[in-house]
Design a protein around this ligand. Structure first.
Ligand SMILES: [Zn+2]
Ligand SMILES: [Zn+2]
Length: 357
């Protein structure tokens, strides 16, 4: 025989209360009836105490963004009394700046009780502003300038594309973690690329990666741009990354041997010796490195067609553009070639060497 519920007299189950009265006394959430949702009209970030919460990976011009914003606002304003509760919003009426909704919560008030649903009318008032990041971006704010150049040459199209992709992907992955992770301006001149970057931290991160992937030289300069409120000098950093004097595919001399650059990476520069067909890797610490001389860039690599093989171990080829005839030693080919086959080769000191494509 259980004691009666002290509120209604029905048989009690928990703490002297029946199921209905216990549930009423222990709601699943505590929620205000009105929530103000302040969001950035440019990027959709939501104002939360102490800052802005950016929304990553959703286009701010879609309906989806509102769902995500509501989720953030509810997470901030509604006090959820159990992590196991499930919450969602049902839209009742959507006006320009006001959403009349029902907050639906599913959960249990006590481990001994079954799941039940509670509903709360909830008015969401929409307000719009500009978040810190968008404000700084539109003002052209930048703490750092990253300049990418190459030693004694212009950047190749491939390098321009790869460097831009790296800057974009690093910026995107920092977005949401660093409020200044943005690039306010990119300029491309024939000398190279300049990026104006909101965050010095991000700029350094990108510079580190460029420096190691391209085995590049790095220089840092500070320019006085004003004073902090306390009177301390304020500087802007410029990081110059200078890529090697040669690029992928170019032909260089290493210890007086013509070599094609096959790869440039953190591990070093891999080359094909065009004369003895051996491959090797060197890095700036290698003794070989100091002997490097630039010979020609890959635009001088041409296509040739094999026209005949003669008995004296040389192969006749014809330049596909100029129709000039040249001879190549048979020993310079790694495998057998056939008449009519097209190959790529480069002329160095009047000798023609097959190269890798
Ligand atoms: Zn009761
Ligand atoms: Zn914004």
């Amino acid at each position: 025989m259980t004691a009666p519920c002290y509120l209604c007299g029905a048989p009690s189950i928990i703490d002297g209360l029946c199921e209905d009265c216990y549930t009423k006394e222990h709601p699943l959430v505590k929620t205000p009836s009105v929530i103000n949702l302040l969001s950035c009209k440019q990027c959709g970030a939501v104002k939360i105490p102490g800052g802005w919460k950016p929304i990553v990976g959703i286009d701010p011009n879609t309906e989806e963004i509102l769902e995500k914003q509501l989720e953030i606002a509810i997470g901030q304003e509604v006090q959820n009394l159990s992590p196991e509760n499930e919450m969602f919003i049902e839209m009742e009426k959507k006006l320009d700046r006001v959403l009349e909704t029902i907050l639906v919560v599913q959960g249990r008030s006590h481990p001994q009780l079954k799941d039940h649903q509670e509903t709360y009318p909830l008015e969401i008032r929409l307000e719009y502003g500009t978040c810190d990041t968008c404000g700084m971006m539109s003002g052209g704010y930048h703490e750092a300038i990253l300049q990418v150049r190459a030693d004694g040459r212009y950047l190749t199209d491939e390098e321009v594309r790869d460097v831009q992709n790296l800057v974009i992907s690093r910026t995107v992955s920092e977005y949401g973690k660093d409020t200044k992770a943005f690039v306010t301006n990119i300029s491309e001149t024939k000398y190279g690329l300049d990026f104006m970057i909101g965050s010095e931290h991000l700029c350094r991160q990108i510079a580190d990666e460029l420096q190691s992937t391209y085995l590049a030289e790095r220089k840092e300069n500070f320019k006085l741009i004003g004073q902090h409120k306390g009177g301390k000098d304020k500087f802007r950093i410029t990081i110059l990354i200078r890529l090697l004097s040669f690029a992928l595919g170019d032909i260089i001399n290493v210890i007086d041997e013509p070599c094609q650059v096959l790869d440039i990476s953190k591990g070093g520069v891999s080359c094909l010796n065009l004369r003895d067909r051996s491959t090797f890797t060197m890095n700036p610490k290698s003794a070989k490195w100091r002997t490097i001389e630039f010979l020609t860039d890959k635009s001088n690599i041409h296509e040739f067609m094999i026209i005949s093989k003669s008995a004296n171990h040389s192969i006749q080829v014809m330049d596909s553009k100029s129709y000039e005839i040249h001879e190549i030693d048979e020993g310079l080919f790694e495998s057998d070639v056939e008449n009519g086959q097209k190959i790529r080769a480069v002329l160095i000191d009047e000798r023609l060497y097959p190269v890798q494509v």
